[in-house]
Design a protein around this ligand. Structure first.
Ligand code: GLA
Length: 584
């Protein structure tokens, strides 16, 4: 049994002064069969602790139905960390930000969130009843490795409901948390006065100027040990923007400044990983966050010291050298195996999405107005809406009001336009298109990630303001849900002429599974699955060109590759296995 306590100006581990040297590795962004190797590499950088968030929406996709398997097996992750010789810091939110869909909050929550609203608190309490005892069982006080647990996340950047934070603190304690609790916030009076909780350690998040930031933290909390809970050593990317990097020497100097002030640190991220499936979040521009919508890319490489495939980068060795000045270093990590050698995967099979709706779609529903995703009871993926435009009437502008986030319009079986939400870096986006009636109208709507930071949580997805022909609402819709969370076997034999998005199928032959990078250069927009595992979205607007394919997804011999292309055109219908990542 280990004892881990907060003492004036420092931590004590089994009675001895202790500096936390932590790095963030999110279990939900790495294939479970690779957790052990990632954690071993993190340990070999000199870290003594790993930190992870817990995304509520991954674990409770529908109210009361919990998932702790596979990518969601947080307890197994904690065990792997202990085996690697790492303590663990857990940040169960319930809000986590993290560039994750809706900041980790389930999109089925209704009403106000992140405050003392009774409906929200009831949902949080139910979730904590399930989650917190599982985490508590892994605390050092019970023979596990969890040394610290966070209350909320950067709450001072959001609200000022002190009673809500106290409710979370008390709820964690009541459910068995007896290791130190903490909050983390930006180091300013605004953030700290909103985010700190009485009797709970306060920590600060920043990427540089440690001395200045710690002075601000000290001004508010003279006796708390100094802890940079998120040392931002890199950053994430948005679709349509440039790829962000941070110079390794600059980042290493900032880390040296933190450690030089005697502080503990959590490197955010030690290993970023991947937003598999439809889990990438989004940001919104502007002071009031109403200025434009910017979804996060599939890769969460973060320009971290361990890259998306877990390989040490130049930044890794620079950080290891800095850490080595303050702590004994374990042996360096084993050399990572080479990725899969470049080759071409011809996409020989194809079938149209609209020809397999009975296989990939759910039950059609009818409604006078276009329903949102939430009204249909689906939270991610696509919806297909169909209606009959009356006529005869002349060509008049047809537009979609308050669209989240992207819609392709087909009129009498011809693709006529792509509508895009404000701020979406779309090369094809149109405002309105002239359509004459009568006509059959089909609208394929794609939800991209929900905003994870700022005031706009719980945004609904889909067409929220209706479809307008000139000023007139188009009524009478039939809607087919197309979640694509799991890809069923496709009836390729139905392939033929038609319109709309296309599934392309091919096979990747490998003798020995290795990590691989699939290049989608030349493709438009869509999603890729390998052996049914959803690698995430690709998009021609970049900056990300390759998708990371983790080794455990592959098996020796034949592997199925499926691409859903939303804009089938004239590309050469093959995918390249690239020699390495191309993130822009
Ligand atoms: C904040 C949040 C993190 C993450 C970073 C940016 O500090 O707490 O979850 O969103 O910003 O990567």
């Amino acid at each position: 049994m280990t004892e881990f306590t907060v003492a004036p100006h420092g931590f004590l581990r089994d009675g001895r002064p202790h500096r936390v040297l932590s790095g963030a590795v999110h279990y939900f962004r790495t294939h479970p069969d690779q957790w052990a190797e990632r954690l071993a590499v993190a340990r070999a950088m000199g870290l003594n602790t790993v930190e992870t968030y817990v995304p509520w929406n991954l674990h409770e996709p529908t109210p009361g139905r919990h998932d702790f398997d596979g990518l969601a097996d947080v307890e197994r992750f904690l065990e792997r960390a202990a085996e690697a010789g790492l303590d663990a810091i857990v940040r169960p939110g319930p809000y986590i930000c993290a560039e994750w869909e809706n900041g980790g909050l389930p999109s089925w929550l209704e009403g106000p969130v992140r405050c003392g609203d009774s409906g929200y608190l009831a949902a949080v309490d139910h979730w904590f009843d399930v989650l917190v005892p599982r985490l508590a069982a892994h605390q050092v006080t019970r023979g596990g490795n969890v040394v610290m647990v966070q209350v909320e996340n950067e709450y001072g950047s959001y609200g000022s409901d002190a009673a809500y934070l106290a409710h979370l603190r008390d709820g964690m304690v009541a459910r068995g948390v007896d290791v130190p609790l903490f909050t983390s916030d930006g180091a300013s009076a605004l953030f700290l006065t909103g985010g700190v909780v009485p009797d709970v350690l306060a920590t600060a998040n920043f990427g540089s100027r440690a001395e200045e930031q710690f002075a601000e933290l000290r001004a508010h909390r003279p006796h708390d040990p100094l802890f940079c809970m998120e040392f931002w050593c890199g950053w994430f990317d948005h679709w349509g923007d440039r790829h962000t990097t941070r110079d390794p020497a600059d980042a290493a100097a900032a880390l040296a400044e933190i450690l030089g002030s005697g502080a503990s640190v959590n490197i955010y991220m030690a290993h970023g990983g991947t937003n598999f499936g439809f889990w990438a979040g989004a940001n919104a521009d502007g002071d009031l966050h109403d200025g434009g919508y910017r979804p996060t890319t599939t890769s969460y490489d973060y320009d971290a010291p361990m890259d998306e495939a877990g390989r040490p980068t130049e930044k890794y060795w620079a950080f290891r050298e800095v850490i080595g000045r303050y702590a004994p270093l374990p042996p360096p990590p084993a050399t990572a195996p080479d990725p899969l050698a470049p080759r071409t995967v011809p996409m020989t099979k194809s079938v149209r999405l609209f020809d397999v709706l009975d296989v990939v779609g759910g039950t059609e529903t009818s409604s006078p107005q276009v329903p949102s995703f939430e009204e249909v009871g689906q939270h991610q993926g696509f919806l297909l809406h169909r209606a009959a435009l009356p006529g005869p009437r002349p060509a008049l502008p047809l537009r979609v009001a308050d669209l989240r986030d992207r819609a392709q319009l087909y009129v009498d079986g011809v693709e006529r336009a792509t509508f895009a939400r404000k701020g979406l870096a779309d090369r094809r986006g149109a405002e309105a298109v002239d359509v004459a009636g009568p006509a059959d109208v089909e609208l394929l709507v794609e939800a991209m990630g929900r905003i994870n930071y700022g005031p706009l949580f719980g945004e609904r997805k889909g067409v929220l303001g209706g479809v307008l022909h000139e000023r007139q609402f188009l009524h009478g819709w039939r809607t087919t849900p197309i979640p694509l969370t799991h890809l069923p076997d496709l009836p390729w034999e139905r392939g033929g002429a038609g319109y709309g998005p296309v599934f392309f199928g091919g096979t990747l032959d490998v003798e020995e599974p290795r990590d691989a990078y699939l290049s989608l250069a030349g493709w438009g927009k869509g999603v890729v699955w390998v052996n049914g595992f959803n690698l995430g979205r690709f998009w021609e607007v970049g900056p990300q060109v390759t998708l990371y394919l983790p080794r455990p997804v592959l098996r020796p011999g034949v592997n199925d590759v499926v691409v859903l292309e939303l804009h089938p055109g004239d590309n050469d219908r093959s995918i390249a296995v690239a020699p390495g990542p191309h993130l822009g």
